[in-house]
Design a binder for this molecule. Structure first.
Ligand code: NAG
Ligand code: NAG
Ligand code: NAG
Length: 595
C-alpha cells in the first residue's frame, strides 16, 4: 500500500519532470529554427535608383540578387518621408506621432546631436523584444534617434538603451559639414543656424543694454566691456553655428564610447563593412539581429576612390554603386558562414530620393522613378514608396513580386513573431505581420488604410479597396512646388508641411494608384462616379484613426531640438572635443576589407 502510494506520488513528479524536459527540448529546437534577421537600410535612396525596380543604367547587382532569390514588394511604404520620423516608426512599428517623434514646426528631424529630443525610453523597439527573446542584437551605421536627455552621458535615447547589445556607427546623420572642403548644408538648415546666431546676438545686445542701464562701470569701461562681450558672443555663435558642426555632429561611436570626433568620413564605409562582417562572424551560432543602417546615399555622397567615376550617373550613381558593393560584401559573409537558409534578409530605404539636392544641373539626390515628389513631402508617392526586398532561402519563394500595400512598420510584428516574442499590447501599433503574405499563404495584405503624415499633419490617406483592386489616395494637403523645379520645392530645401508653402484641398485630390501610379490625373465627380462615397469612406477612417491618437511629449519642439552644450557628446574636455581611435588600427582595417 505504502509503495503504491509512493509511486502515485511519484507519477506527477515524473510527469512534471518529463514535461519540463520536453519543454526545454522544444524551446531549444525552437531556438534553432528561429532565423537570424539582417536588415539593410539605405538613406535617401529612391525606388528608381535600383536595377530590379527598373533602372537599367545604374548597377546594383547585389540588391537585384536579393530580389531574384526572394520577394520584391512594389508598394512598400515608409511611415514618413524624412529620416527621424520614418526611422522612429520603423523601430517602434507605429506612426511617429505616437511616440512624439513628429514635428509641429519646420525642423522635422533631430537637428543637433547635443539636443534633448529622441526616441523615448518607454518605447519598445523590435530590437528590445528580440533581445529579450535571446537574440544578439547589433546596429551598425546611422541612428539619428537621439542620444541624451539631461546630461552628456545619460544615453537615454542611445541604441544601447533601445535593445541593441552592440552599436557601432554614427549616432547622428551625415551632413555636408562632415566632409572637409564641402559646402555647408544650405536651405532650411542654414535658416535654423541663423536663428541660433541671431539668438546669441540678441542675448549680447540685451546684456549690453542691461549693463549700460546700471551704474556699475565707468562710461569708457562700459564701451570696452560691451565691445568685448559682443565680440565673444559673436564668435561663439559663429563657431557653434558654422565652424564646429563637424565636431558637434559628425562623430562615430562604439557602444557608449566615441571613437572618432570628428569622424574621417572617407574611411567610414570600410569600417561599416568590417564591423558588419565581424558581427556576423562573431554571432554565426545565432540567433542574431543585425541592422546595417547605411550612411549611403545621403549627401555629401562620400565615395571611395575605387567607385568615383564608375557609374553613368555622376557622384550620386557612384555612391549608389558603392553601397551595392558594400551589401555584396555583407551577403558574402552570410553565404560563407552557411547562414543563407536561416537568415531573413531585408533591404529597404528610409524614404524616397531627395529631389531638391541638385547643384546646377548635377543630380545629388535620388530618383523616384515614375512616382511624383520625393523626400520631405507629405503624401506624394515618390517620398514614401521605397524598395522592399525579403530573402529567406527555402522559406520565402524566389523571384516573386507582390504588389500589395505594405509598410516599413510591418517589419516590427514580422521579426518579433519570427523571434518568438509578443508585440506589446499596452499601446497601439500600426504594422502587420508580413510572413503570410510573403509566403503567399494569403493574397491580400492587412492594410486597408494608410495615413501619410508630414510632421504631425496628416497630408494624405490611402485606401486599399481589395474587392475592386483599387488603391485610392486622397491628398488633403500638398506642398507648393517650384514652378520650374518639376515636382520639387525651392532650392536645396525640403518642402514644409504647413503654412504658406502648402495647398489645402477640399474636396481632396483623389487618385487611383492602381490606374494612375504617377498621381497625374486627379479624379472628379465627372470622371469617377463613386467620388463622394470614396471620400466619405476615407474621412470616416481618418476619424477612427484620430480616436487612437493620444497626446505624448513632443520630441522635436524648438526646445528639445536646440543645441545644449551640457548634452554634447564629447571626446575630451568640453569644448575641446577630439579623438581618433581608428587611426591606430587603420592599416589592419583597410587590409581586411580589401581582402
Ligand atoms: C537610374 O538612376 C539614375 C540615378 O538616380 C537616374 O538618373 C536615371 O533616370 C534612372 N534611370 C531609370 C531608367 O529610371
Ligand atoms: C540551403 O537549402 C537548400 C535547399 O533548400 C540546400 O540545397 C542547401 O544545401 C542549403 N544550404 C545550406 C548552407 O544549408
Ligand atoms: C511614455 O511616456 C509618456 C509620458 O511620460 C506617455 O505620455 C506615453 O504614453 C508613454 N508611452 C508608452 C508607450 O507607454
Amino acid at each position: 500500500m505504502e509503495s503504491l502510494l509512493r509511486s502515485y506520488w511519484n507519477l506527477p513528479v515524473l510527469l512534471f519532470f518529463s514535461l519540463l524536459l520536453w519543454k526545454t527540448c522544444e524551446a531549444r529546437a525552437g531556438a534553432d529554427s528561429r532565423p537570424n534577421i539582417l536588415i539593410l537600410m539605405a538613406d535617401d535612396l529612391g525606388i528608381g535608383d535600383v536595377g530590379c525596380y527598373g533602372n537599367d543604367t545604374i548597377r546594383t547587382p547585389n540588391i537585384d540578387r536579393l530580389a531574384k532569390e526572394g520577394v520584391k514588394l512594389t508598394q512598400h511604404i515608409s511611415a514618413a518621408p524624412l529620416c527621424t520620423p520614418s526611422r522612429a516608426a520603423f523601430m517602434t512599428g507605429r506612426y511617429a506621432l505616437r511616440s512624439g517623434m513628429a514635428s509641429t514646426n519646420s525642423i522635422r528631424i533631430l537637428y543637433w546631436l547635443g539636443g534633448s529630443g529622441g526616441l523615448p525610453s518607454n518605447e519598445t523597439t523590435f530590437a528590445k523584444v528580440l533581445q529579450q527573446q535571446g537574440y544578439t542584437t547589433g546596429l551598425i551605421g546611422k541612428w539619428h534617434l537621439g542620444v541624451n536627455c539631461e546630461s552628456y552621458n545619460d544615453f537615454c535615447h542611445h541604441p544601447l538603451n533601445h535593445g541593441f547589445d552592440y552599436f557601432y556607427g554614427m549616432p547622428h546623420t551625415l551632413l555636408g559639414d562632415c566632409q572637409l572642403g564641402k559646402p555647408l548644408e544650405l536651405g532650411i538648415v542654414l535658416r535654423y543656424r541663423l536663428w541660433f546666431y541671431t539668438q546669441m546676438i540678441a542675448l549680447a545686445v540685451f546684456t549690453i543694454v542691461v549693463i549700460n542701464l546700471t551704474g556699475f562701470f565707468l562710461f569708457s569701461w562700459k564701451i570696452i566691456f560691451s565691445l568685448v562681450l559682443f565680440g565673444i558672443l559673436f564668435f561663439i555663435s559663429w563657431y557653434i553655428s558654422f565652424g564646429f558642426v563637424r565636431y558637434w555632429d559628425c562623430l562615430m561611436m562604439r557602444n557608449y564610447e566615441i571613437t572618432e570626433q570628428p569622424m574621417k568620413v572617407e574611411r567610414t564605409y570600410s569600417l561599416i563593412v568590417k564591423e558588419a562582417v565581424s558581427f556576423i562572424e562573431r554571432n554565426k551560432k545565432g540567433p542574431f539581429l543585425l541592422f546595417v543602417s547605411f550612411l549611403h546615399v545621403h549627401t555629401p555622397l562620400v565615395t571611395s576612390e575605387r567607385f568615383i567615376g564608375r557609374s553613368r550617373h555622376g557622384l550620386y550613381g557612384d555612391n549608389v554603386e558603392e553601397m551595392d558593393w558594400m551589401i555584396g560584401q555583407i551577403l558574402e559573409v552570410v553565404d560563407k558562414q552557411g547562414l543563407q537558409n536561416n537568415t531573413l534578409t531585408y533591404f529597404t530605404s528610409d524614404h524616397g530620393g531627395f529631389l531638391e539636392a541638385q547643384q546646377g544641373d548635377i543630380q545629388l539626390g535620388g530618383w523616384n522613378g515614375i512616382y511624383k515628389g520625393g523626400k520631405g513631402m507629405g503624401g506624394w508617392e515618390g517620398g514614401i514608396r521605397v524598395p522592399g526586398i525579403f530573402r529567406w532561402l527555402g522559406v520565402l519563394p524566389a523571384d516573386t513580386v507582390i504588389d500589395q500595400p505594405t509598410s516599413l512598420m510591418d517589419i516590427y510584428p514580422t521579426v518579433i513573431h519570427l523571434g518568438g516574442g509578443k508585440v506589446p499590447q499596452d499601446r497601439v501599433t500600426d504594422g502587420h505581420d508580413l510572413m503570410p503574405l510573403l509566403q503567399r499563404k494569403v493574397q491580400y495584405s492587412d492594410h486597408e488604410f494608410m495615413f501619410h503624415y508630414c510632421g504631425v499633419y496628416l497630408h494624405a490617406v490611402r485606401w486599399h479597396q481589395k474587392e475592386v483592386g483599387a488603391v485610392w489616395k486622397a491628398h488633403y494637403t500638398t506642398p507648393v512646388f517650384h514652378p520650374e523645379g518639376a515636382g520639387a520645392c525651392y532650392g536645396r530645401r525640403t518642402c514644409t508641411c504647413a503654412g504658406e508653402q502648402v495647398t489645402h484641398h477640399d474636396p481632396p485630390l483623389l487618385f487611383d494608384l492602381s490606374r494612375d501610379p504617377s498621381e497625374s490625373n486627379p479624379l472628379s465627380i465627372a470622371t469617377e462616379p463613386q467620388f463622394d462615397t470614396i471620400v466619405k469612406k476615407i474621412e470616416k477612417a481618418v476619424e477612427e484613426h484620430r480616436t487612437t491618437l493620444t497626446p505624448v511629449p513632443l520630441q522635436l519642439t524648438w526646445w528639445n531640438n536646440m543645441w545644449k552644450p551640457w548634452l554634447q557628446p564629447c571626446c575630451g574636455t568640453f569644448p575641446v572635443c577630439w579623438c581618433d581611435q581608428e587611426t591606430e588600427n587603420r592599416h589592419s582595417h583597410l587590409q581586411e576589407v580589401k581582402d
